[in-house]
Design a protein around this ligand. Structure first.
Ligand code: SF4
Ligand code: SF4
Length: 714
């Protein structure tokens, strides 16, 4: 009886401590800024729970640690039954779970998972102690090891309890199903019944106390993710992957208390605070981050940990203040340190290219980019503190509608081509209102000399295929991608409004662009402002023209091509097939995949507005990527993005490797093969003046752009 009372008291104290901590954590989340997200797409949410949480898909992308975690996770699920059995045994000798508690296969499963989890723990310790991967740099490794020892203790005591129960003849399962427990039971065969009964009590208490201690400890440690990760995945953004968090901006409505973006930890949304509580410190994000991998101070893992540490450091004081009333809470918030540079250094915030590698790698769906951009928004719009070289790009965007600061009237200069080329004749959309496709040229395509050639070749390909298309010329402005990612949301919204109005005015149906950033912004972000347009990237469109026989590559390509996937195509929008299909269609072209390709591509360094910032620390990202391309021993580095084109061509120049490798857009490579006409037959397209309507398949390709897990219905 005394034992039962003692266990009841210990369990109740533990549950009270656990409940109190959970209440405090929920209280801290409620201090975060509003985020109206709700899990609306229930099918998608169910799939994510099945695939990401239960299936551990993201973790399994890393085979050894993935399998190790898979066994530990499922071990906890299955062995929950042994925990019930252990507590039940304290209250009733020979306790078993009703209905399934004597079922042999359950006993076998328990035996299997005890061994599997012990194996997982040994593997985890070996990874941490022997392999010591760089992704753990900065993580709380000691805390992680305590937890591993605790889990090991739980497994060991499960085995001991089962073994003693077998030796006492009170084990609920047929021992033929539980060979491991049965083998351990042989250790106790020589003891008297009284000793074995005493050992049973000791092991049961030992087991129960570790579990109860574990239950409280996890809520104060990085293993809080055991409790929060299911919720974090449930509340993962339903936005398309490439779309940034919307920001309501009405300068006239704003009061003195309103802040732009995130100035203090409590300005982050509750979801961003939940992200911090959910971080497992596994470092998968860090290991993929191009900034960290080239020696910059930015680590997405440390950034999330710093946010969480700041919240927890002031958590008690904030909760107490909240209990005293709104005024006291405001005073407590006022005393918090600014997020930048006190919690996260400014440099860290500006190093990010918004490439998305961290978000993709994170096994618990943490959204690092949203937090980074919220801090940028505060630095730019609230503090006016940003790298000085950004100033001219932002000013140019505001005054001329392009970061180069070129007069809008010169947007069509690319049509003239080089001195040896004939000027193209392409109508303005107002002269060709029935054009099936609007060719969105983009600022780089209109003003950068390297990319003007790409624009020219893309247009020539469209003409050759008989596509009915038009351009906007001076009516086109920057989509606002760099402004938004730099944190200058007001400039972005001004440009977005302007472009959406023009596109609507001309009743544009489909937009074709050679720029992944324009593609992403118009397709994924303009819907936030009422602009719903069908957009396709030129690599996908050209692949379709080739497939349909409208373009016929004829000239042999004597050499090897490799392709650099732009982050805003491959990772943010799942657009990566078209470029490879075009290359495959070129006679004699041999193709080599870069080591990091597709979803795992490595950023060229220009995204997130970094194109307009100096890269002062570490190795330059474009050089890192150029070195990888050169290592492929290909002759041509194909690209599908004007910014990658500039960055990688600069990389080749800096490596003095222009004789070994040339950087060319997919359009340029295709044009060279298509313009060659062995039969003297100039017409490869069908010359259909009605243009090239997007077929069902093409629409499917556009849909692919939003990704299989996205819900964009643009
Ligand atoms: S978005 Fe890319 S650069 Fe930014 S933190 Fe994540 S991995 Fe690093
Ligand atoms: S943010 Fe995600 S990937 Fe990065 S350390 Fe935390 S859990 Fe791991």
């Amino acid at each position: 009886m005394l034992e039962k009372i003692a266990m009841t008291v210990v369990v109740l104290i533990t549950l009270a401590l656990f409940a109190r901590r959970v209440r405090d954590l929920v209280g801290l989340l409620r201090m975060g800024a509003e985020d109206a997200r709700k899990p609306t797409n229930l099918g998608r949410k169910l799939k994510e729970q099945l695939v990401v949480v239960l299936g551990q898909r993201k973790l399994l992308q890393w085979t050894v640690p993935g399998v190790m975690h898979f066994f530990i996770f499922w071990g906890f699920v299955v062995l929950f039954t042994t925990i019930i059995e252990a507590f039940g045994a304290v209250y009733q000798e020979g306790f078993h779970i009703p209905l399934i508690g004597r079922w042999g296969p359950l006993g076998a499963l328990q035996d299997f998972f005890v061994v599997a989890v012990l194996g997982g723990i040994i593997t985890a310790l070996a990874i941490r102690r022997i392999q010591q991967p760089g992704r753990f740099k900065g993580s709380h490794t000691r805390d992680a090891e305590y937890i591993l020892y605790a889990i090991g203790g739980i497994m060991a005591t499960i085995l001991l309890v089962r073994a003693v129960e077998i030796s006492l003849g009170i084990f609920p399962y047929d021992v033929r199903w539980t060979p491991v427990s049965n083998a351990v039971a042989q250790l106790f065969g020589g003891f008297s019944v009284a000793v074995r009964e005493a050992l049973d009590t000791v092991f049961l208490w030992w087991h129960s106390l570790i579990i109860l201690g574990f239950l409280v400890y996890i809520t104060f440690s990085k293993h809080l993710h055991i409790v929060t990760s299911g919720f974090n995945v449930l509340f993962t953004s339903e936005r398309p992957k490439g779309a940034l968090k919307p920001m309501h901006l009405d300068l006239e409505e704003m009061s003195e208390d309103d802040v732009f973006g995130a100035a203090k930890v409590t300005d982050l949304s509750w979801k961003q605070l939940l992200d911090g509580m959910t971080c497992t410190e596994c470092g998968r994000c860090q290991s993929q981050c191009p900034a960290w991998n080239t020696g910059k101070p930015l680590s997405p893992k440390l950034l999330i940990m710093d946010i969480r540490d700041e919240l927890f450091a002031h958590g008690r004081q904030l909760l107490d203040a909240k209990n005293r009333g709104e005024e006291a809470f405001k005073e407590a918030v006022a005393e918090l340190a600014p997020l930048n540079p006190k919690v996260v250094e400014d440099e860290v915030i500006w190093d990010c290219t918004t490439c998305g590698a961290c978000v993709q790698a994170c096994p618990v769906n943490i959204e690092h980019i949203d937090a980074i951009v919220d801090m940028r928004r505060n630095l730019v719009m609230g503090e006016s503190r940003f790298p000085r070289e950004m100033q001219s790009a932002l000013q140019n965007l505001e005054t001329t509608g392009n970061p180069w600061g070129q007069p809008p009237q010169t947007r069509l200069d690319w049509m003239r081509g080089t001195s040896k080329q004939e000027t193209l004749d392409i109508p303005h959309i107002s002269e060709a209102p029935d054009a099936e496709v609007l060719f969105w040229v983009g600022c780089a395509g209109a003003f950068d000399d390297r990319n003007k050639k790409v624009t020219y070749d893309t247009a020539r390909l469209l003409q050759k295929a008989g596509v009915s298309f038009a351009v906007l010329g001076a009516d086109e402005s920057c989509t606002g991608d760099p402004a938004r990612r730099m944190g200058a949301e007001y400039i972005y919204q001004m440009l977005a409004d302007q472009n959406i109005e023009v596109l609507k005015e001309h009743k544009v149906k489909q937009i074709l662009t050679a720029c992944p950033h324009c593609f992403n912004t118009i397709f994924n972000e303009y819907p936030q402002f009422g602009g719903f347009f069908e957009v396709i990237h030129h690599t996908e469109y050209l692949a379709r023209l080739v497939k349909d026989g409208r373009l016929k590559p004829a000239k042999d390509f004597n050499g090897t091509i490799t392709y650099h996937d732009p982050c805003y195509n491959a990772r943010h929008n799942d657009v990566w097939k078209g470029a490879r299909e075009v290359i495959e269609s070129i006679p004699m072209a041999s193709y080599k995949e870069l080591h990091r390709h597709g979803h795992a591509t490595f950023c060229c360094g220009a995204g997130g507005g970094r194109m307009w910032m100096e890269e002062r620390m570490g190795k330059k990202m474009n050089i890192e990527r150029t070195d990888e391309a050169l290592a492929s021993a290909s002759d041509t580095l194909a690209v599908g993005c004007p910014f990658c084109n500039i960055m990688l061509a600069d990389g080749i120049d800096e490596r003095h490797a222009s004789e070994d490798m040339t950087v060319r857009d997919i359009s340029q490579i295709l044009w060279e093969s298509v313009e060659f006409e062995p039969d003297g037959d100039a017409s490869t397209g069908n010359g259909d003046a009605s243009g090239y309507p997007l077929t069902k398949d093409t629409k499917d390709m556009t849909g692919t752009a939003a990704g299989p897990e996205d819900t964009a219905t643009t």
